[in-house]
Ligand binder design. Structure first.
Ligand code: DLL
Length: 432
Protein backbone atom coordinates (compact mmCIF):
# COMPACT_ATOMS: atom_id res chain seq x y z
CA UNK A 1 0.00 0.00 0.00
CA UNK A 2 2.71 2.49 0.98
CA UNK A 3 6.39 2.41 0.09
CA UNK A 4 7.54 4.87 2.76
CA UNK A 5 4.59 4.97 5.12
CA UNK A 6 6.10 7.31 7.69
CA UNK A 7 6.92 9.92 5.06
CA UNK A 8 3.76 9.47 2.99
CA UNK A 9 1.45 9.78 5.99
CA UNK A 10 3.35 12.41 7.97
CA UNK A 11 1.02 14.85 9.79
CA UNK A 12 0.65 18.02 7.70
CA UNK A 13 2.11 20.29 10.33
CA UNK A 14 5.31 18.27 10.44
CA UNK A 15 5.33 18.03 6.67
CA UNK A 16 5.11 21.81 6.31
CA UNK A 17 7.93 22.31 8.80
CA UNK A 18 10.08 19.83 6.86
CA UNK A 19 9.20 21.59 3.60
CA UNK A 20 10.30 24.92 5.06
CA UNK A 21 13.62 23.53 6.28
CA UNK A 22 14.30 21.81 2.99
CA UNK A 23 13.25 24.86 1.01
CA UNK A 24 15.56 27.15 2.94
CA UNK A 25 18.46 24.73 2.46
CA UNK A 26 17.76 24.47 -1.28
CA UNK A 27 17.53 28.25 -1.76
CA UNK A 28 20.68 28.78 0.25
CA UNK A 29 22.55 26.21 -1.83
CA UNK A 30 21.44 27.36 -5.30
CA UNK A 31 22.03 30.98 -4.26
CA UNK A 32 25.64 30.05 -3.63
CA UNK A 33 26.39 27.48 -6.32
CA UNK A 34 24.34 28.41 -9.40
CA UNK A 35 25.27 31.81 -10.90
CA UNK A 36 21.85 32.07 -12.58
CA UNK A 37 20.02 31.90 -9.24
CA UNK A 38 22.63 33.99 -7.46
CA UNK A 39 22.08 36.93 -9.79
CA UNK A 40 18.28 36.46 -9.93
CA UNK A 41 18.05 36.40 -6.14
CA UNK A 42 20.23 39.50 -5.87
CA UNK A 43 18.10 41.31 -8.46
CA UNK A 44 14.94 40.63 -6.46
CA UNK A 45 16.61 41.12 -3.06
CA UNK A 46 15.79 37.57 -2.01
CA UNK A 47 17.79 36.35 0.96
CA UNK A 48 17.25 32.67 1.87
CA UNK A 49 18.39 33.42 5.45
CA UNK A 50 15.29 35.60 5.82
CA UNK A 51 12.84 32.92 4.65
CA UNK A 52 10.62 32.09 7.60
CA UNK A 53 7.45 30.85 5.94
CA UNK A 54 6.65 28.82 2.84
CA UNK A 55 4.53 31.71 1.53
CA UNK A 56 7.61 33.91 1.38
CA UNK A 57 8.75 31.86 -1.59
CA UNK A 58 6.29 34.01 -3.58
CA UNK A 59 8.82 36.82 -3.68
CA UNK A 60 11.35 34.57 -5.45
CA UNK A 61 11.85 34.61 -9.23
CA UNK A 62 10.37 31.97 -11.53
CA UNK A 63 12.41 29.57 -13.62
CA UNK A 64 11.27 29.10 -17.20
CA UNK A 65 12.04 26.51 -19.83
CA UNK A 66 13.83 29.31 -21.69
CA UNK A 67 16.20 29.70 -18.73
CA UNK A 68 17.17 26.03 -19.13
CA UNK A 69 17.73 26.60 -22.83
CA UNK A 70 19.77 29.76 -22.23
CA UNK A 71 21.99 27.78 -19.87
CA UNK A 72 22.34 24.77 -22.18
CA UNK A 73 23.75 22.29 -21.45
CA UNK A 74 25.09 22.38 -17.87
CA UNK A 75 24.71 25.99 -16.75
CA UNK A 76 22.08 25.32 -14.07
CA UNK A 77 23.76 22.30 -12.49
CA UNK A 78 24.45 22.81 -8.79
CA UNK A 79 27.23 20.20 -8.53
CA UNK A 80 30.38 19.64 -10.59
CA UNK A 81 29.99 17.42 -13.64
CA UNK A 82 32.20 14.75 -12.04
CA UNK A 83 29.43 14.13 -9.49
CA UNK A 84 26.77 13.65 -12.14
CA UNK A 85 25.91 10.01 -12.78
CA UNK A 86 23.04 10.48 -15.24
CA UNK A 87 21.93 13.00 -17.80
CA UNK A 88 18.48 13.19 -19.39
CA UNK A 89 17.23 15.60 -21.97
CA UNK A 90 13.92 16.67 -23.33
CA UNK A 91 13.72 17.73 -26.93
CA UNK A 92 10.25 19.14 -26.52
CA UNK A 93 8.05 19.68 -29.53
CA UNK A 94 9.61 23.03 -30.33
CA UNK A 95 12.91 24.69 -29.70
CA UNK A 96 16.22 23.66 -28.30
CA UNK A 97 16.70 20.73 -25.96
CA UNK A 98 16.93 21.11 -22.20
CA UNK A 99 19.38 19.05 -20.19
CA UNK A 100 19.03 17.81 -16.62
CA UNK A 101 21.44 15.87 -14.41
CA UNK A 102 21.29 13.60 -11.37
CA UNK A 103 23.97 12.67 -8.82
CA UNK A 104 23.99 9.36 -6.93
CA UNK A 105 21.71 10.61 -4.16
CA UNK A 106 19.24 11.98 -6.70
CA UNK A 107 18.96 8.58 -8.35
CA UNK A 108 18.22 6.95 -4.99
CA UNK A 109 15.58 9.59 -4.20
CA UNK A 110 14.06 9.35 -7.66
CA UNK A 111 13.83 5.56 -7.45
CA UNK A 112 12.08 5.74 -4.10
CA UNK A 113 9.61 8.34 -5.33
CA UNK A 114 8.70 6.20 -8.32
CA UNK A 115 8.43 3.16 -6.04
CA UNK A 116 5.88 5.15 -4.00
CA UNK A 117 3.84 5.78 -7.16
CA UNK A 118 3.94 2.10 -8.11
CA UNK A 119 2.89 1.05 -4.62
CA UNK A 120 0.12 3.64 -4.56
CA UNK A 121 -1.27 2.14 -7.74
CA UNK A 122 -1.40 -1.28 -6.08
CA UNK A 123 1.77 -2.80 -7.52
CA UNK A 124 4.02 -4.85 -5.19
CA UNK A 125 7.34 -6.66 -5.26
CA UNK A 126 5.45 -9.71 -6.57
CA UNK A 127 4.48 -8.01 -9.81
CA UNK A 128 6.03 -8.42 -13.24
CA UNK A 129 6.28 -4.94 -14.73
CA UNK A 130 6.52 -4.44 -18.46
CA UNK A 131 8.06 -1.04 -19.09
CA UNK A 132 6.98 0.11 -22.53
CA UNK A 133 8.19 3.69 -22.22
CA UNK A 134 11.12 4.64 -24.40
CA UNK A 135 14.51 4.14 -22.75
CA UNK A 136 16.99 6.88 -23.52
CA UNK A 137 17.14 10.60 -22.97
CA UNK A 138 13.39 10.57 -22.17
CA UNK A 139 12.95 10.11 -18.42
CA UNK A 140 9.99 7.70 -18.67
CA UNK A 141 11.82 4.41 -19.32
CA UNK A 142 14.73 4.71 -16.90
CA UNK A 143 12.64 6.56 -14.29
CA UNK A 144 10.05 3.79 -14.03
CA UNK A 145 12.72 1.11 -14.40
CA UNK A 146 14.75 2.20 -11.38
CA UNK A 147 11.58 2.72 -9.34
CA UNK A 148 10.30 -0.76 -10.17
CA UNK A 149 13.66 -2.36 -9.32
CA UNK A 150 13.81 -0.40 -6.08
CA UNK A 151 10.36 -1.81 -5.23
CA UNK A 152 11.72 -5.29 -5.89
CA UNK A 153 9.35 -6.12 -8.73
CA UNK A 154 10.45 -8.16 -11.74
CA UNK A 155 11.18 -5.69 -14.50
CA UNK A 156 10.84 -6.32 -18.23
CA UNK A 157 12.70 -3.40 -19.83
CA UNK A 158 11.15 -3.84 -23.26
CA UNK A 159 11.00 -0.10 -24.14
CA UNK A 160 8.44 1.33 -26.57
CA UNK A 161 7.50 -0.04 -29.99
CA UNK A 162 7.36 -3.41 -31.71
CA UNK A 163 3.84 -3.86 -30.44
CA UNK A 164 3.27 -7.46 -31.53
CA UNK A 165 6.37 -8.49 -29.66
CA UNK A 166 5.16 -6.54 -26.62
CA UNK A 167 2.01 -8.63 -26.61
CA UNK A 168 3.87 -11.88 -27.18
CA UNK A 169 6.13 -11.07 -24.23
CA UNK A 170 3.17 -10.02 -22.14
CA UNK A 171 1.68 -13.47 -22.73
CA UNK A 172 4.87 -15.48 -22.31
CA UNK A 173 6.38 -13.58 -19.37
CA UNK A 174 3.02 -13.16 -17.63
CA UNK A 175 3.34 -9.42 -17.14
CA UNK A 176 1.02 -8.17 -14.43
CA UNK A 177 1.61 -4.44 -14.83
CA UNK A 178 1.99 -2.34 -17.95
CA UNK A 179 3.79 1.00 -17.88
CA UNK A 180 3.53 3.34 -20.89
CA UNK A 181 1.66 6.32 -22.26
CA UNK A 182 -2.13 5.99 -22.35
CA UNK A 183 -1.97 6.40 -26.15
CA UNK A 184 0.28 3.38 -26.41
CA UNK A 185 -1.98 1.33 -24.15
CA UNK A 186 -4.83 1.95 -26.60
CA UNK A 187 -2.65 0.94 -29.50
CA UNK A 188 -1.79 -2.27 -27.68
CA UNK A 189 -5.50 -3.00 -27.26
CA UNK A 190 -5.98 -2.63 -31.04
CA UNK A 191 -3.04 -4.85 -31.87
CA UNK A 192 -4.26 -7.49 -29.40
CA UNK A 193 -7.52 -7.57 -31.26
CA UNK A 194 -5.72 -7.96 -34.60
CA UNK A 195 -3.67 -10.80 -33.16
CA UNK A 196 -6.77 -12.51 -31.76
CA UNK A 197 -5.41 -12.20 -28.23
CA UNK A 198 -8.08 -12.04 -25.55
CA UNK A 199 -6.90 -9.59 -22.85
CA UNK A 200 -8.83 -11.57 -20.26
CA UNK A 201 -6.51 -14.48 -20.89
CA UNK A 202 -3.47 -12.39 -19.91
CA UNK A 203 -2.06 -11.92 -16.40
CA UNK A 204 -2.25 -8.13 -16.73
CA UNK A 205 -3.89 -6.37 -13.77
CA UNK A 206 -2.44 -2.89 -13.51
CA UNK A 207 -1.65 -0.11 -15.94
CA UNK A 208 0.44 2.87 -14.88
CA UNK A 209 0.06 5.54 -17.48
CA UNK A 210 1.52 9.00 -17.78
CA UNK A 211 3.62 11.32 -19.85
CA UNK A 212 0.70 12.98 -21.63
CA UNK A 213 -2.78 14.33 -20.92
CA UNK A 214 -5.66 11.86 -21.07
CA UNK A 215 -9.27 11.89 -20.00
CA UNK A 216 -11.35 9.94 -17.51
CA UNK A 217 -13.27 8.53 -20.49
CA UNK A 218 -10.04 7.22 -21.95
CA UNK A 219 -9.25 5.53 -18.63
CA UNK A 220 -12.61 3.73 -18.75
CA UNK A 221 -11.94 2.63 -22.32
CA UNK A 222 -8.48 1.29 -21.46
CA UNK A 223 -9.72 -0.44 -18.32
CA UNK A 224 -12.47 -2.15 -20.24
CA UNK A 225 -10.43 -3.15 -23.24
CA UNK A 226 -7.39 -4.41 -21.35
CA UNK A 227 -9.22 -5.65 -18.26
CA UNK A 228 -6.95 -3.69 -15.91
CA UNK A 229 -6.95 -1.04 -13.21
CA UNK A 230 -5.33 2.04 -14.79
CA UNK A 231 -3.80 4.85 -12.75
CA UNK A 232 -2.37 8.19 -13.77
CA UNK A 233 1.08 9.47 -12.88
CA UNK A 234 2.68 12.79 -13.65
CA UNK A 235 6.11 14.29 -13.96
CA UNK A 236 8.33 16.34 -16.19
CA UNK A 237 11.98 16.04 -16.98
CA UNK A 238 12.93 19.59 -15.99
CA UNK A 239 11.83 18.87 -12.42
CA UNK A 240 12.55 15.12 -12.05
CA UNK A 241 10.78 12.96 -14.62
CA UNK A 242 8.08 10.54 -13.39
CA UNK A 243 7.73 10.38 -9.60
CA UNK A 244 6.38 13.84 -8.87
CA UNK A 245 2.74 12.81 -8.43
CA UNK A 246 0.63 9.71 -8.85
CA UNK A 247 -2.81 8.33 -8.10
CA UNK A 248 -3.52 5.96 -5.27
CA UNK A 249 -6.10 3.24 -5.86
CA UNK A 250 -8.90 5.75 -5.09
CA UNK A 251 -8.19 7.20 -8.58
CA UNK A 252 -9.34 10.62 -7.49
CA UNK A 253 -6.42 12.97 -8.02
CA UNK A 254 -2.66 12.51 -7.98
CA UNK A 255 -0.81 12.73 -4.65
CA UNK A 256 2.15 15.07 -4.92
CA UNK A 257 5.30 13.84 -3.19
CA UNK A 258 5.23 17.00 -1.14
CA UNK A 259 8.18 16.17 1.09
CA UNK A 260 10.30 16.51 -2.07
CA UNK A 261 8.37 19.14 -4.05
CA UNK A 262 6.67 22.35 -3.05
CA UNK A 263 3.81 23.14 -5.40
CA UNK A 264 1.95 26.35 -6.13
CA UNK A 265 -1.05 26.75 -8.40
CA UNK A 266 -1.03 30.19 -9.97
CA UNK A 267 -3.15 32.17 -12.33
CA UNK A 268 -1.03 32.00 -15.51
CA UNK A 269 -1.77 35.63 -16.35
CA UNK A 270 -1.46 37.41 -13.02
CA UNK A 271 0.90 34.80 -11.48
CA UNK A 272 -1.02 35.18 -8.23
CA UNK A 273 -2.16 32.04 -6.35
CA UNK A 274 -5.64 30.80 -7.22
CA UNK A 275 -7.99 29.54 -4.48
CA UNK A 276 -7.72 25.82 -3.63
CA UNK A 277 -9.82 23.89 -6.12
CA UNK A 278 -9.45 26.51 -8.88
CA UNK A 279 -7.63 25.73 -12.12
CA UNK A 280 -4.21 27.29 -12.54
CA UNK A 281 -0.67 26.65 -13.66
CA UNK A 282 1.40 24.24 -11.62
CA UNK A 283 4.65 25.77 -10.40
CA UNK A 284 7.13 23.44 -8.70
CA UNK A 285 10.14 23.95 -6.46
CA UNK A 286 12.34 20.96 -5.71
CA UNK A 287 13.17 20.46 -2.03
CA UNK A 288 15.73 17.66 -2.08
CA UNK A 289 17.30 17.51 -5.52
CA UNK A 290 21.04 17.97 -5.36
CA UNK A 291 22.41 18.10 -8.90
CA UNK A 292 19.62 20.00 -10.59
CA UNK A 293 17.38 21.86 -8.16
CA UNK A 294 14.75 24.15 -9.71
CA UNK A 295 13.08 27.09 -8.05
CA UNK A 296 9.49 27.97 -8.96
CA UNK A 297 9.57 26.15 -12.28
CA UNK A 298 6.64 27.16 -14.45
CA UNK A 299 5.42 23.85 -15.85
CA UNK A 300 2.68 25.37 -18.08
CA UNK A 301 0.56 22.40 -16.96
CA UNK A 302 -2.91 23.26 -15.76
CA UNK A 303 -4.51 21.54 -12.79
CA UNK A 304 -6.31 22.12 -9.47
CA UNK A 305 -5.04 21.59 -5.94
CA UNK A 306 -7.21 19.20 -3.92
CA UNK A 307 -6.68 19.70 -0.22
CA UNK A 308 -9.35 17.40 1.22
CA UNK A 309 -7.94 14.35 3.04
CA UNK A 310 -7.81 11.18 0.95
CA UNK A 311 -9.27 7.92 2.32
CA UNK A 312 -5.97 6.20 1.45
CA UNK A 313 -4.33 7.88 4.45
CA UNK A 314 -1.57 9.72 2.62
CA UNK A 315 -1.29 13.25 3.94
CA UNK A 316 -0.02 14.64 0.64
CA UNK A 317 -2.33 17.00 -1.19
CA UNK A 318 -3.50 15.92 -4.58
CA UNK A 319 -3.63 17.63 -7.94
CA UNK A 320 -6.52 16.87 -10.25
CA UNK A 321 -5.92 15.01 -13.51
CA UNK A 322 -3.86 17.41 -15.63
CA UNK A 323 -6.01 19.28 -18.13
CA UNK A 324 -3.12 19.73 -20.51
CA UNK A 325 -0.48 22.35 -21.04
CA UNK A 326 -1.46 25.96 -21.37
CA UNK A 327 0.43 25.92 -24.67
CA UNK A 328 -1.69 22.97 -25.92
CA UNK A 329 -4.84 24.91 -25.26
CA UNK A 330 -6.51 25.85 -28.52
CA UNK A 331 -8.11 29.24 -28.73
CA UNK A 332 -10.89 28.87 -31.28
CA UNK A 333 -12.72 32.06 -32.04
CA UNK A 334 -11.58 33.30 -28.67
CA UNK A 335 -12.88 30.26 -26.78
CA UNK A 336 -10.36 28.17 -24.82
CA UNK A 337 -10.60 24.52 -25.79
CA UNK A 338 -8.55 21.68 -24.36
CA UNK A 339 -8.01 18.55 -26.43
CA UNK A 340 -8.86 16.46 -23.34
CA UNK A 341 -12.37 18.03 -23.27
CA UNK A 342 -12.94 16.95 -26.86
CA UNK A 343 -11.58 13.50 -26.07
CA UNK A 344 -14.02 13.10 -23.16
CA UNK A 345 -17.00 13.98 -25.33
CA UNK A 346 -15.96 11.71 -28.19
CA UNK A 347 -15.37 8.75 -25.91
CA UNK A 348 -18.84 9.20 -24.55
CA UNK A 349 -20.53 8.87 -27.92
CA UNK A 350 -21.58 5.40 -28.97
CA UNK A 351 -20.12 4.47 -32.35
CA UNK A 352 -16.92 6.54 -32.18
CA UNK A 353 -13.54 4.91 -31.78
CA UNK A 354 -11.05 6.36 -29.28
CA UNK A 355 -8.91 7.84 -32.05
CA UNK A 356 -9.17 11.40 -33.26
CA UNK A 357 -7.25 14.30 -34.74
CA UNK A 358 -7.82 18.00 -34.36
CA UNK A 359 -7.11 20.25 -37.32
CA UNK A 360 -7.13 23.98 -36.78
CA UNK A 361 -7.22 26.38 -39.72
CA UNK A 362 -7.94 30.03 -40.25
CA UNK A 363 -10.06 30.99 -43.21
CA UNK A 364 -10.73 34.68 -43.90
CA UNK A 365 -9.54 35.46 -40.38
CA UNK A 366 -11.99 33.03 -38.83
CA UNK A 367 -10.76 29.98 -36.92
CA UNK A 368 -12.04 26.60 -37.94
CA UNK A 369 -11.62 23.45 -35.89
CA UNK A 370 -12.19 20.15 -37.62
CA UNK A 371 -12.38 17.01 -35.54
CA UNK A 372 -11.56 13.89 -37.45
CA UNK A 373 -12.84 10.90 -35.59
CA UNK A 374 -12.76 7.22 -36.37
CA UNK A 375 -16.13 5.52 -36.31
CA UNK A 376 -17.16 1.91 -36.31
CA UNK A 377 -17.72 0.30 -39.69
CA UNK A 378 -21.50 0.22 -39.39
CA UNK A 379 -21.66 4.00 -39.09
CA UNK A 380 -19.00 4.74 -41.68
CA UNK A 381 -20.89 2.75 -44.27
CA UNK A 382 -24.28 3.91 -43.09
CA UNK A 383 -26.71 5.61 -45.44
CA UNK A 384 -25.86 9.28 -45.99
CA UNK A 385 -28.87 10.42 -44.04
CA UNK A 386 -28.06 8.32 -40.99
CA UNK A 387 -24.49 9.51 -41.12
CA UNK A 388 -25.61 13.13 -41.25
CA UNK A 389 -27.78 12.64 -38.17
CA UNK A 390 -24.81 11.13 -36.34
CA UNK A 391 -22.50 14.00 -37.32
CA UNK A 392 -25.10 16.57 -36.32
CA UNK A 393 -25.49 14.97 -32.92
CA UNK A 394 -21.74 15.17 -32.27
CA UNK A 395 -21.58 18.73 -33.55
CA UNK A 396 -24.41 19.84 -31.27
CA UNK A 397 -22.88 18.18 -28.25
CA UNK A 398 -19.48 19.79 -28.94
CA UNK A 399 -21.06 23.21 -29.42
CA UNK A 400 -22.96 23.00 -26.17
CA UNK A 401 -20.07 21.63 -24.08
CA UNK A 402 -17.18 23.54 -25.64
CA UNK A 403 -19.05 26.74 -26.38
CA UNK A 404 -17.84 26.92 -29.96
CA UNK A 405 -18.91 25.38 -33.27
CA UNK A 406 -16.71 22.68 -34.80
CA UNK A 407 -16.69 20.60 -37.98
CA UNK A 408 -16.86 16.87 -37.69
CA UNK A 409 -15.29 14.55 -40.22
CA UNK A 410 -15.86 10.83 -39.86
CA UNK A 411 -13.03 8.60 -40.93
CA UNK A 412 -12.85 4.86 -41.29
CA UNK A 413 -11.53 2.71 -38.46
CA UNK A 414 -7.73 2.37 -38.38
CA UNK A 415 -7.00 5.38 -40.56
CA UNK A 416 -5.56 7.81 -38.01
CA UNK A 417 -2.05 7.49 -36.70
CA UNK A 418 -1.37 5.35 -33.60
CA UNK A 419 1.36 6.25 -31.11
CA UNK A 420 4.05 4.28 -29.31
CA UNK A 421 4.82 7.18 -27.02
CA UNK A 422 3.13 10.49 -26.50
CA UNK A 423 0.23 11.06 -28.86
CA UNK A 424 0.31 14.04 -31.25
CA UNK A 425 -3.29 14.70 -32.19
CA UNK A 426 -3.28 18.40 -33.03
CA UNK A 427 -2.47 19.88 -36.41
CA UNK A 428 -2.56 23.67 -36.16
CA UNK A 429 -2.24 25.12 -39.63
CA UNK A 430 -2.82 28.71 -38.55
CA UNK A 431 0.01 31.15 -38.94
CA UNK A 432 -0.40 32.99 -35.67
O1 DLL B 1 6.73 12.89 -19.66
C1 DLL B 1 7.85 12.44 -17.57
C2 DLL B 1 6.98 11.28 -17.35
C3 DLL B 1 7.30 10.07 -17.92
C4 DLL B 1 5.87 11.37 -16.53
C5 DLL B 1 6.52 8.97 -17.70
C6 DLL B 1 5.08 10.25 -16.27
C7 DLL B 1 5.41 9.07 -16.86
P1 DLL B 1 8.60 15.13 -20.29
O2 DLL B 1 8.88 14.35 -21.51
O3 DLL B 1 9.53 16.21 -19.89
O4 DLL B 1 8.50 14.20 -19.05
O5 DLL B 1 7.14 15.73 -20.48
C8 DLL B 1 6.53 16.43 -19.44
O6 DLL B 1 4.32 15.82 -20.19
O7 DLL B 1 4.87 18.92 -18.53
C9 DLL B 1 3.00 17.42 -19.08
O8 DLL B 1 2.65 18.41 -20.02
C10 DLL B 1 2.99 16.05 -19.74
N1 DLL B 1 2.60 15.01 -18.79
C11 DLL B 1 3.39 14.15 -18.13
N2 DLL B 1 2.64 13.30 -17.39
C12 DLL B 1 1.34 13.67 -17.55
C13 DLL B 1 0.09 13.22 -17.05
C14 DLL B 1 7.62 13.18 -18.87
N3 DLL B 1 0.00 12.18 -16.23
C15 DLL B 1 5.16 16.91 -19.83
N4 DLL B 1 -1.03 13.89 -17.44
C16 DLL B 1 4.46 17.58 -18.69
C17 DLL B 1 -0.95 14.94 -18.28
C18 DLL B 1 1.33 14.78 -18.44
N5 DLL B 1 0.18 15.39 -18.80
Amino acid sequence: MYWQEEQECRPRKELEQLQLERLRATLRRVGKTVPFYKSKFAEKHCDPEQLNTLEQLRSYPFTLKQDLRDNYPYGLFAVPLRDIVRVHSSSGTTGMATVVGYNKNDIVTWSNLVARILCGAGVTANDVIQIAFGYGLFTGGFGLHYGAECLGASVIPISAGNTKRQIQIMQDFKSTALVCTPSYALKMADVMMDMGVNPNGLSLRYGLFGGEPWSEAMRREINERLGIHATDNYGLSEVLGPGIAGECSECDGLHVNEDHFYVEILDPDTLEPVAPGEVGELVITTLTKEAFPVIRYRTRDLTRLLTEPCPCGRSFHRISRLMGRSDDMLIIKGVNVFPTQIESILFDIEGTEPHYRLIVERENNVDKLTIQVEVVESIFFDAMKQQRIFVDAIRKRMASELGVGVNIQLVEERTLERFNGKGARILDKREL
